[in-house]
Design a protein around this ligand. Structure first.
Ligand code: URA
Length: 210
């Protein structure tokens, strides 16, 4: 296992993922499961956030209570499947800002082509969590992370549901500073850039398109 990869191998996540993998699982259920998994993954991916103490009064007495300190957060959804992870993470950290990165894969070269980018200011002061359920060839993830860096992002993590060994290698080579959180490392990518055994097209399955 590479140093920059964390596999969140939890029975609840694996169970929900198996239901998602099943081709018969309908879009609504698929979306709901991905959101539940994002809450569980978000819990792990934020485990080391620093805290500080703030004086408060409970109805019983005064106390110094731990609260989040340090960097504010920015969540980056890689459109459109990233939105499937975004809503749960935003519920966990409602104060996070949100950026969007629109990329599509050129079907011939499998290279990422950008069509949209919108980000909040002062990314250098924020912890940036870039989210996309599928880390397949790694081209889109790498391009998305590069975009965040180009706009000043310095502390970046990448969260995906499934990763392929190829995608992990691409990120390790091109962005060794970025820690990757995934629920599972699948066998491989096929020649069309789909993960095997995978879940199919995450965007189509989330939104009922094809
Ligand atoms: N994107 C998807 O939606 N599915 C894959 O398997 C790979 C990339």
């Amino acid at each position: 296992m590479k140093d920059n990869v964390v596999v969140i191998d939890h029975p609840l996540i694996q169970h929900k993922l198996s239901i998602m993998r099943n081709r018969g699982t309908a879009s609504g259920k698929f979306r709901h499961l991905l959101k539940e998994i994002s809450l569980l993954m978000g819990y792990e991916a934020t485990r080391d956030l620093p805290t500080t103490y703030r004086s408060i009064e409970t109805p019983m007495e005064a106390m110094d209570a731990p609260v989040l300190s340090g960097k504010k957060m920015c969540l980056f959804s890689v459109l459109r499947a990233g939105d499937g992870l975004l809503s749960g993470l935003l519920e966990l950290v409602p104060s996070a800002r949100v950026g969007h990165i629109g990329l599509y894969r050129d079907p011939k070269t499998l290279e990422a082509v950008e069509y949209f980018f919108k980000a909040p200011k002062q990314l250098n002061e924020r912890l940036c969590l870039v989210v996309d359920p599928m880390l397949a060839t790694g081209h889109s993830a790498s391009a998305a992370i590069q975009k965040v860096k180009d706009h000043g992002g310095k502390h970046i993590r990448f969260i995906c549901l499934l990763a392929s060994p190829e995608g992990l290698q691409t990120l390790a080579d091109q962005h060794p500073d970025v820690k990757v959180y995934t629920a599972c490392i699948d066998r491989a990518c096929n020649d069309k850039g789909y993960i095997l055994p995978g879940i199919g097209d995450a965007g189509d399955r989330l939104f009922g398109t094809s």
